[in-house]
Design a protein around this ligand. Structure first.
Ligand SMILES: [Zn+2]
Length: 380
């Protein structure tokens, strides 16, 4: 996609405070050996780490790298001898030949470098849960030992570092304890508390912020060709994550949004049997990514309903649905919508932990139904 290619050659979107911190450290030659970039998903942590690697090795010495010189190009193709990008990957299925597996993983990593604001999916080719295993960290340490001479700075990125196995973490810890000179290790994560405390304490922490709605709106408009109305809509729904905005704005959006609404209405109205039907249909119609979008949109819908319930309808995001939502509240006006949002958030968290899809959907439907009943009981 030409638009996204333009993006990789440009600077990181937003994050002015972080850029200043890094600028100052680079200019004063005071970079730490290890950094932990943490903050919400989809706000540019990996891209920032890649741009630092580019700058430190750039032939043109341009801030954040020129993106054009041989060194910058090598980094973007994952071919630079002083750059390594470690990412959680699923283990090789027995049925897949090692060469095919390696080529497949490489292609996915290149995709990530090219579209650093888009998540990687290894399915349907490989369905195992991705993780950073001991072999990946061993290979990285091998590189650290081998490539001592040559380029100015060697940069090793461990993306989604919270997904390291315990063995991998322990192995990395040894490297952090004695980092060779001229080596920069950058760990990125959106859940820093899942890292071993011993790892976290050996890194300098840099917190990334959620992106502002206007930053996301501008980026969608500029790099992904969304018209202004669309860009504004998805930016408002994105909770400050460009990754989420992009996931929402794909072609399935309308399908997932109406599935969210149907799911909510039917969970509240229907009897037990037809609720089972609804869940089954949903799982047939949408894949895991679709269900994830559906759940995100359901959370947004419930937040909108809450805004109307407490009398601030001007804050809603689904502007075109205000009438439908208002009439929904004629019937469910005193439902505990905050509790409903919590249930959806719990479902989203379970999905990320790879809990069985069927179970997630059925439990959520039942919880929403119970919340609807509770409201009726309160009435007398
Ligand atoms: Zn360059």
């Amino acid at each position: 996609m030409a638009e996204i290619e333009k993006l990789t050659c440009k600077t990181v979107i937003g994050q002015e405070r972080v850029k200043q911190i890094i600028r100052s450290a680079v200019d004063k030659e005071r970079l730490a050996h290890g950094y932990l970039f943490h903050g919400p998903p989809g706000v540019g942590k990996d891209l920032m780490a890649i741009r630092i690697a580019m700058e430190l090795n750039c032939a043109e010495k341009v801030p954040e790298g020129c993106g054009q010189c041989g060194s910058c190009q090598q980094i973007q193709r994952l071919e630079h001898p002083s750059f390594r990008f470690v990412f959680p990957v699923p283990s090789r299925p027995k049925s897949m030949k090692p060469e095919k597996y390696n080529a497949f993983i490489r292609e996915k990593l290149l995709e990530r470098i090219e579209n650093p604001y888009t998540g990687i999916s290894f399915t349907p080719e490989i369905s195992a849960l991705p993780a950073i295993g001991i072999e990946q960290i061993r290979a990285l340490k091998q590189e650290v030992i081998l490539r001592q001479q040559g380029s100015r700075y060697r940069v090793f990125i461990v993306s989604h570092a919270d997904q390291m196995t315990v063995q991998a973490s322990n192995s990395l810890l040894k490297l952090l304890e004695e980092p060779p000179a001229g080596t920069l290790l950058i760990l990125t994560t959106s859940v820093p508390n899942r890292l071993l405390p011993t790892i976290a304490s050996r890194c300098q922490h840099i917190r990334f912020d959620s992106l502002s709605t206007s930053d996301i709106e501008n980026a969608l408009n500029r790099f992904w060709n969304h018209d202004e109305d669309n860009a504004r809509f998805f930016a408002r729904m994105s909770s400050g994550s460009l990754e989420q905005a992009l996931a929402l704005s794909d072609a399935h959006f309308e399908k997932c949004r109406s599935a969210a609404w149907t799911f909510l209405e039917n969970s509240l109205h229907s009897n037990h049997l037809s609720r089972l039907d609804i869940c089954d249909t949903l799982i047939q119609d949408l894949d895991k990514t679709g269900i994830q979008s559906m759940l995100n949109l359901l959370a947004v819908t419930l937040r909108d309903l809450y805004c109307i319930q407490i009398g601030i309808p001007e804050k809603i995001i689904n502007l075109d649905r205000e009438k439908v939502m208002t009439s929904f509240l004629d019937q469910y006006g005193d439902m505990d919508l905050n509790e409903a949002i919590a249930c959806v958030e719990h479902a989203i968290a379970s999905l990320k932990k790879n809990v069985y899809l069927n179970l997630i959907v059925h439990v959520l439907s039942q919880n929403l139904y119970d919340l609807g009943r509770k409201r009726l009981n309160v009435n007398h």
